[in-house]
Design a protein around this ligand. Structure first.
Ligand code: ADP
Ligand code: ZN
Ligand code: MG
Length: 477
């Protein structure tokens, strides 16, 4: 009998507000001197009072609308009590019984499966612990330091229903969710830097039986890591059950170097946190007016953008790849303004361009090649100035230098040779240098023709127009 897998995700996204959730401190903490973006509120000093950042609420509402949630007209904050050095107040301000939104859904782009969104709520981030060690291994640290620059940065938590039946579905969802928050402009969704974090809950059960005991996985900071961790955990649980054991409800940590999950702690219950209403903050009222103004200001979302890209003439798969990272879609649309053939632009972006970006470890928006330059390169191919083959070479130089394609073509002498008499000369040279090949072509070996075309192209360093070469060769041979 087979086993079925059940997965639900809890995703945290840092919101791109300028200031923190309950004070005026800057949210810009990356690379900053520790404990410089702090004040009595986010340090949890006695007597300090939090005030809600309106922008953060607006962003959370935007997300709730995009995820098709029911928006609650009234909600409030709670204190979630626990002790940890990165949490100066010894409680986190979060939401509990009434979140900003609930009962939403999201449609997966490839499988078209609809995934339920249980809830979306606002909460504050904690600070960061630093464990200085010479070896880089946390277990060798003899002391820890704490940096509160991140404490109080606004987060939304998005909890899904346990609707995924495979690790790859969970990954597809996370990618779509990231694309949505990017398109909304409310979070950059960067998993490596931790502005998007994902906890995965996973259980297995025998076909036809009820849900199994779930294990919570933490510390996956890439899409690949999420999928790997889930695959590992599904295998582990099935093996355990098959050998007569029982899955314990617990939290496990994904170790990327060891490629396995490691038990961290037993599962805590809600009552362990002694949630109680935050007395220092007013309740949140969301009236129709606020909602209408946010709704009228909603940007285009990935699902629609994909459809629009397809209607511009590119394939569904290509459209998906270009929307999965907002910046790629933006680049594509900008380049199309300069060269109207969307399909060619897409082919270049998804081919040579992404290849170079991967090699260089760059994001498209940081590339030296600007959209108008890509458009210009394609214009040079279209008007016959350079061949498609030469264009690849020009692109590679553009990528390294950021120079305009016209300048590179001129500097490197790459203009296509279309002059018939010039090409005729080379064809004649090639024919007389390869009498055997000519002989066997005439005897019926048709594919020798391509060899001869290749020889002419080689002799002209790829600059001859291949159509003219074929035409002349056909006549001369
Ligand atoms: P808890 O009370 O332990 O926090 P929740 O019911 O709030 O559990 O669910 C937390 C997450 O776990 C949600 O994303 C949910 O979809 C997921 N989940 C719940 N039950 C299961 C299960 N049996 N297997 C896998 N995931 C589950
Ligand atoms: Zn502060
Ligand atoms: Mg829960």
């Amino acid at each position: 009998m087979g086993y079925e897998t059940v997965i639900g995700l809890e995703v945290h996204c840092q919101l791109l507000t300028d200031s923190k959730l309950f004070c005026g401190c800057s949210t810009d903490y990356i690379g900053k001197e520790p404990n410089t973006n702090v004040c009595p509120v986010c340090l949890g000093l006695p007597g300090s009072l939090p005030v809600l950042n309106k922008k953060a609420l607006e962003f959370a509402l935007k997300a709730a609308i995009a995820l098709n949630c029911e928006i609650l007209p009234y909600s409030h904050f709670y204190r979630k009590n626990y002790f940890y050095p990165d949490l100066p107040k010894a409680y986190q301000i979060t939401q509990y019984d009434i979140p900003v939104g609930r009962h939403g859904w999201i449609e997966l782009p490839y499988s078209h499966k609809r995934i339920g969104i249980t809830r979306i709520h606002l909460e504050e981030d904690a600070g960061k612990l630093v464990h200085p060690t010479k070896t880089g291994r946390i277990e060798h640290a003899t002391y820890s330091l704490v940096d509160y620059n991140r404490a109080g940065v606004p987060l939304i938590e998005i909890v899904s229903e346990p609707d995924f039946s495979s690790p790859s579905e969970a990954r597809e969802y996370l990618m779509e969710l990231r694309s949505i928050v990017q398109h909304l402009g409310i979070s950059d969704g960067n998993m490596e830097l931790g502005s998007m974090r994902c906890d995965a809950n996973v259980s297995v059960h025998r076909e036809g039986e009820g849900l199994g005991v779930k294990v919570e996985l933490k510390n996956m900071n890439s899409f690949k890591a999420l999928e790997r961790a889930l695959n590992y955990e599904v295998e582990r649980q099935i093996k355990l059950i098959k050998s007569g054991g029982r899955v314990e409800q617990e939290t496990r940590h994904w170790s990327e170097p060891e490629k396995k999950t490691i038990s961290l702690r037993g599962k805590e219950e809600a009552q362990d946190y002694r949630y109680f209403p935050e007395p220092d903050l007013l309740p949140i009222y969301v009236d129709e007016e606020i909602l209408e103004s946010i709704k009228s200001d909603m940007p285009e979302l990935p699902a629609n953008r994909r459809k629009r890209f397809v209607s511009m003439g590119i394939g569904e798969k290509e459209a998906s790849i270009m929307v999965i990272e907002k910046s790629i879609g933006d680049y594509f649309e900008e380049a199309v303004k300069y060269f109207g053939d969307a399909k060619s632009i897409a082919n270049w972006i998804l081919g040579d361009f992404l290849g170079e970006l991967n090699r260089a470890g760059l994001e498209i928006q940081d590339s030296r090649v600007k959209p108008h330059q890509l458009g210009r390169l394609l214009t040079l191919i279209k008007d016959g100035t350079i061949s498609g083959k030469i264009a690849k070479k020009v692109f590679s130089i553009m990528f390294d230098t950021g120079d305009d394609p016209d300048e590179i073509v001129k500097r490197e002498g790459l203009v296509q040779i279309v002059d018939r008499s010039e090409i005729e000369k080379v064809v004649e040279e090639v024919l007389s240098a390869n009498p055997d090949a000519v002989e066997s072509y005439r005897k019926g070996k048709a594919n020798i023709f391509n060899f001869l075309v290749g020889q002419v192209m080689k002799a002209t360093k790829g600059k001859a127009n291949p159509n003219v070469v074929r035409d002349i060769l056909q006549k001369k041979i």
